[in-house]
Ligand binder design. Sequence first.
Ligand SMILES: NC(=O)c1ccc[n+]([C@@H]2O[C@H](COP(=O)([O-])OP(=O)(O)OC[C@H]3O[C@@H](n4cnc5c(N)ncnc54)[C@H](OP(=O)(O)O)[C@@H]3O)[C@@H](O)[C@H]2O)c1
Length: 263
Amino acid sequence: MNAEQRTAVPHSAPVAVVTGASRGLGLALARALAADGWQLVITARGAAELAAAEAGLAAVTKVVALPGSIVDDDHRAHLAEAAERLGGASLLVNNAGTLNGAAAPGSEPLPRLADYPLADLLETFEVNALAPIALTQLVLPQLRGHAGAVLNISSDAAVVAYPGWGGYGASKAALDLATAVLAREEPELRVWAVDPGGMRTRMLQEASPGEDISGEALPEDVAPVLLGLLRDRTPSGRYRAEDLAISAVTAVLAAPAADRAGR
Ligand SMILES: NC(=O)c1ccc[n+]([C@@H]2O[C@H](COP(=O)([O-])OP(=O)(O)OC[C@H]3O[C@@H](n4cnc5c(N)ncnc54)[C@H](OP(=O)(O)O)[C@@H]3O)[C@@H](O)[C@H]2O)c1
């Protein structure tokens, strides 16, 4: 019995494509979407980790897991086709990201621009900027059909000049600008770039080898904040998770006491 047969989900359930959903923020977003009744198309390169994520999600919703890299043209086409078969995507989450492209394990995670190996820089831009734009192109007709949304995961490194973060940060800045332009070109959609803030994930640990990152936020705590954008159909734009969390708390406190009590 496959995952589709195991989980009874209404055919009308909305569909989300989530890249980089095998761990970290992508998996947390996929779990939160599944809990909200979304069907999912998920991807990451590591097949075993993706299969483990799929197994957990399949207990909750209909999920199609396709291992592969988002820089691969055929793979992106398969993701879009899978979403179409489920009824068409209402949400594309471009979450998959890389710190430093194809850098060999053990090499400098954050080279200065003066020494940045160009092959690694090219791969960084391909994963963090070009592939999200290319996947958006493929899924856009489905999103238009559902007045849907694109959620692009950015970083504070896109706007702050941290030494060592020039390659990663410049690629995220490119994604930010593409997000802003797409929002203007597709006014019927919602198109967001969100800086999720520091999170306790493999990527952050790789950026800071040997450092204690236990004080950083858990992606499971950040994901619901990001999905508040969907619930509120927040205007297109660039947001910081930190600010979204403060707005959500302020809105709750401003609500009449009877509303807060659920009456
Ligand atoms: N953690 C932070 O503090 C932080 C801060 C700001 C922004 N962000 C952003 O948040 C997003 C999620 O990062 P994370 O911290 O959750 O990192 P993570 O735990 O390392 O997860 C990254 C995910 O992306 C996948 N991925 C990487 N390259 C891919 C490719 N070419 N094709 C398909 N999937 C790919 C990974 O799986 P495979 O490796 O198996 O492919 C994994 O599922 C990224 O866009 C990152 O830039 C993170």
